[in-house]
Ligand binder design. Structure first.
Ligand code: PLP
Length: 457
């Protein structure tokens, strides 16, 4: 086995890490961590540190780490058939079974699943399908996509554009011109503090109307949104938000993409966020929870309405000119089948709802009165604590103070608990595996309270 210092050196010299301050890492100013093994909600690194992962990797290891059923399904698949493509009607037992399992769980009006590898490529697929759809319907101008500020939809060219976070645009020449952003449903950060939640929802809907009016409905193809804003701050929508938005979209014949990469397969305590909030999407994006990240796999679930036009399009124009070598990769599909079975067998979706509610309630009891805690919010197994400089005026800390990252670092250092300092604002995010127990939730809450005390008093 390599000595850890040797591996650390190779890491700095050779490995281009995503979402990392590259210079600081290469110079050794930023620590690395080599993760070795994991079980349940704990990961272990090569130094022997055992850390409670209260963010499930990148909110993806939903069934928890070390599930042998999934590992065996992957190994069996690799032995029997590691790969075959899915072009021109080819498939495997795993990919066909998984499509059926997904459709059995998805909202009623869904028709087919297109498989990709990650959430970004699935959203790229969605945009292409929607452009194709409007060309087949002879509406070549209807192509723009509306997304929300603080939405997260990936980091490709179009998907990085859909993502409404500054860091993902700055210096990359994004967003591309077909993407437009509108108000985030972030009640806590509303401009006008006197606005009620109901008024704020009406404001979000009228902002959307204004964007559509400005651009022209005949130029707008679709609206994309996460049922609960994720990376933008873990923000559940205010009551009535989705019905109000959908009414506007329907009026203007604009398709709706529900990006359920985080919320799909149980994170909110319901199988889909669409079901949770009564959203009626035309396309649903899935990834993370589809395999609990045991293998890379994503999907675009296409509705009957969209599918009918795609069929017409290929009848008229030949096969759909869209495919990845690894679409429906058998190993990913086998992991997906085993993962969805495990979710059912262990009742993990209802555990996510129950223990998630407990985590949120306990967090509010522990930190709700703290002078620098402005908001504690969540839904299912998602929870966020947002820090403010002053509660009464709801003024925020300077980003340069890095309050969120400092608290996340303290949490790790003092109690070996991993939470995520969300990228925009001083927001500490929690998204543990669904198998979290109430005792483990207690550990997370107590450790968070200690970290907040250490940094803010
Ligand atoms: N959509 C949402 C809602 C996400 O949270 C993410 C990733 O966090 C993505 C899309 C992009 O997925 P990936 O990182 O697998 O490309």
């Amino acid at each position: 086995m390599l000595k850890n210092d040797q591996l650390a050196e190779w890491d700095r010299d050779n490995f281009f890490h995503p979402s990392t301050a590259l210079g600081a890492f290469a110079r050794g100013e930023l620590d690395n961590r080599v993760v070795k093994t994991a079980s349940g909600v704990f990961i272990e690194d090569r130094e022997g540190n055992k850390l409670l992962d209260a963010f499930a990797g990148l909110y993806c290891v939903n069934v928890g780490y070390g599930r042998q059923d999934i590992a065996e399904a992957i190994a069996d698949q690799a032995r029997e058939l590691a790969y075959y493509h899915s072009y021109v009607g080819h498939g495997t037992e795993a990919s066909i079974t998984l499509s059926k399992m997904i459709l059995d769980r998805a909202p009623d009006n869904m028709s087919k699943v297109y498989f990709g590898l990650g959430g970004s490529d699935a959203n790229e697929t969605n945009v292409k399908l929607i452009w194709y759809y409007n060309n087949i319907l002879d509406r070549p101008e209807k192509k723009k996509i509306i997304s929300r500020w603080r939405g997260y939809h990936g980091s490709g060219l179009v998907t990085g554009s859909l993502t409404g976070l500054e860091l993902f645009h700055k210096k990359f020449d994004l967003p591309v011109e077909q993407v437009i952003h509108t108000e985030a449903p972030y009640y806590f950060r509303r401009d006008d503090l006197d606005m009620s939640e109901e008024q704020f929802v009406a404001h979000c809907a009228s902002e959307l109307e204004a964007v559509i009016e400005r651009e022209g409905a005949d130029t707008i193809a679709a609206f994309i949104g996460e049922p609960v804003l994720g990376t933008g701050g873990i923000v559940p929508p205010p009551a009535g938000y989705w019905p109000a938005i959908q009414a506007v979209l329907k009026k203007h014949d604009i398709l709706l993409i529900a990006d359920e990469v985080v919320t799909g397969f149980g994170r909110l305590g319901s199988m889909f966020g669409s079901e949770h909030y009564g959203i009626e999407p035309d396309i649903i994006t899935i990834a993370k929870g589809l395999t609990s990240a045991y293998a890379p796999l994503s999907g675009s679930i296409v509705s009957d309405k969209v599918w009918a036009v795609l069929e017409k399009g290929t009848d008229e124009n030949g096969p759909i000119g869209h495919g990845w070598t690894y679409s429906a990769h058998p190993i990913g599909a086998a992991a997906g089948v085993a993962n969805l079975k495990l979710l059912d067998e262990l009742n993990l979706v209802s555990n996510a709802g129950e223990v998630g509610a407990y985590l949120n309630k306990s967090m509010a009891e522990a930190l709700g009165e703290h002078a620098n805690v402005g908001d504690i919010r969540g839904e299912g197994m998602l929870c966020a604590v947002e820090f403010v400089k002053d509660r009464d005026s709801r003024s925020f800390f300077d980003a340069a103070d890095k309050i969120g990252p400092q608290i996340a670092a303290k949490l790790l250092e003092q109690d070996k608990v991993i939470a995520r300092a969300m990228p925009q604002g001083d927001i500490l995010g929690f998204a543990p595996p669904f198998c979290l127990t109430k005792e483990e939730a207690d550990t997370v809450v107590a450790a968070t309270a200690r970290a907040v005390k250490a940094v803010l008093g």
